[in-house]
Ligand binder design. Structure first.
Ligand code: UD1
Ligand code: CA
Length: 455
């Protein structure tokens, strides 16, 4: 990474009206994380000395999300140059490289920023490096005017462009790396006598050139520069992020049987030799240990799964689920705020909430921890090696001691001592021949009724 000091200004004052949302655009999520924070994560790799986010009035939620980085308020919105000027006080005295980015264009890769910063330090040193790209439809973008020797001459906005300029496919992404010592001096000289009556940041190139400073450009693939303006753009960006997360998971040693059907969160952590079946969704806050198998159609969020554990198919792990080494969580099992200790098995049709399941305990099919009485949530504690029979209701707060057995179909309302049997079923009664006599009687009755209907 570059040695030169770096600062970043992230423009995010746009209203995002096309999202039709009460939420500021840059807080819409990709892989469970606000889009602007994806950008901040990328920037963090450069350890910028300062990062300032330019927001509009009333966008406190953005300020909260990007904290501890400061925000600068741009009010009113008079264009991209005017937006960068809003960050002036926050950049006071900084003379290194200033990166300018858009909060709604979060897919840019660190390698691309690295290439821009490297270009800033070529000899002769360009004062402005612009990130160019070739979008499939360049209509609305600013065009890069490049001389025969490859130097960047100017950026012309689509609305100001001549027909010949509009034929240029190389467009301005908006991302720039600029000499911090000269940035604000040039911004002060940008006017708004143009088609939109806005202060265009893009004018900085012609100004710098007129001052004898060189300008350059670097090109990046359009996928990295997808700007998010609508829900459809958001979905397209989500697809890109998911693709990257899948590729990363596989590169780091996970097997994804059907990668396209697995959905990750930005913070999902997988160990080595993890196998993930088709149609698995990872919500935020999941960490998975080595050798874990996660079978098809499982939904996992806020959970830790230790080495060697097996989850699913059709399992739901909710926040606070802690699955220890070699534990098994089977089909149609929901675990919430509970630890399932090493080697324990919860294999079928069960709800475990606000509980501890001791090591090697076996929880039978259809077991329910009744953790909520409509007012309070209470804890259930199952000791190591306990055996809970099928279709048991454990009415919390309640404890089942180590090695205890609970008979199938029981409703457990009081603590069960270690190694005891607890069973709450009524005595079994059998009456010899009852079913045969019952059938004979009912069949005769049916025949009699049919006869009287006909007659
Ligand atoms: C801008 C560029 C254009 C480039 C395009 C890439 C200018 C004049 N034009 O055009 O060359 O091809 O981006 O997408 O720079 N913003 C503010 N405050 C403002 C105006 C904008 O914070 O007053 C922010 C927006 O939130 C957005 C970014 O700046 O993140 C770009 O603004 P936008 O209005 O989309 O710029 P374009 O006109 O599309
Ligand atoms: Ca735009």
């Amino acid at each position: 990474m570059t040695k030169q000091k770096t600062a970043a200004i992230v423009l995010a004052a746009g209203l995002g009206t096309r999202m039709k949302s009460a939420r500021p655009k840059v807080l819409h999520r990709l892989a469970g994380r606000p889009m602007v924070l994806h950008l901040m994560d990328t920037l963090a790799r450069f350890a910028p000395e300062r990062t300032v986010v330019v927001v509009g009035q009333g966008m406190e939620a953005v300020a909260e999300a990007v904290a501890p980085h400061p925000c600068a308020i741009q009010e009113p919105r008079l264009g991209t140059a005017h937006a960068v000027l809003a960050a002036r006080a926050a950049m006071e005295g900084f003379a290194g490289d200033v990166l300018i980015l858009y909060g709604d264009t979060p897919l840019i890769k660190p390698e691309t920023l690295e290439a821009m910063l490297a270009a800033r330090h070529l000899d002769p040193q360009p004062a402005v490096v612009v990130l160019g790209f070739r979008p499939p439809d360049p209509t609305d973008y600013g065009r890069l005017i490049v001389s025969a020797d490859g130097a960047l001459q100017a950026i012309v906005e689509a609305k100001e462009a001549t027909a010949a300029e509009r034929a240029i496919g190389l467009c301005n992404s908006g991302v720039m790396a600029i000499d911090g010592a000269r940035l604000f001096g040039w911004l002060d000289r940008i006017g708004n006598a143009n088609a939109k009556g806005e202060y265009y940041l893009t004018d900085i190139v012609a100004l710098a050139r007129a001052d004898g400073a060189a300008c350059a450009f670097v090109e990046a693939p359009p996928e990295e520069l997808l700007g998010i303006n609508s829900r459809a753009d958001l979905a397209a960006a989500e697809a890109v992020v998911q693709e990257r997360l899948r590729a990363r998971a596989m590169a780091e040693g996970a097997t994804l049987i059907d990668p396209a059907s697995v959905f990750f969160s930005a913070d999902t952590r997988l160990g080595r030799d993890v196998t993930v079946g088709p149609n698995v969704v990872f919500g935020p806050g999941v960490a998975v240990g080595d050798g874990v198998e996660i079978h098809a159609f499982s939904h996992i969020e806020g959970a830790t799964i230790a080495a060697g554990a097996r989850v699913g198919p059709f399992a739901r792990l909710r926040p606070g689920a802690r699955i220890a080494e070699d534990a098994h969580i089977g089909n149609f099992v929901e675990i919430k705020n509970a630890s399932v200790e090493a080697g324990a098995k919860v294999n079928h049709l069960t709800y475990i909430g606000d509980a501890r399941i001791g090591a090697k305990a076996n929880i039978g099919a259809g077991t329910i921890t009744c953790n909520y009485d409509g007012f309070f949530k209470d804890h259930t504690d199952i000791g190591a090696g306990a055996f809970i029979g099928s279709n048991t209701a454990l009415v919390a707060p309640v404890k089942v001691g180590d090695g205890a057995t609970v008979g199938a179909g029981s409703v457990i309302t009081r603590d069960v001592p270690a190694d005891a049997l607890a069973v709450t079923r009524a005595e079994l009664t059998t009456i010899e021949g009852w079913a045969r006599r019952f059938r004979a009687r009912r069949a005769a009755e049916k025949q009699a009724r049919q006869k009287s209907k006909k007659g």
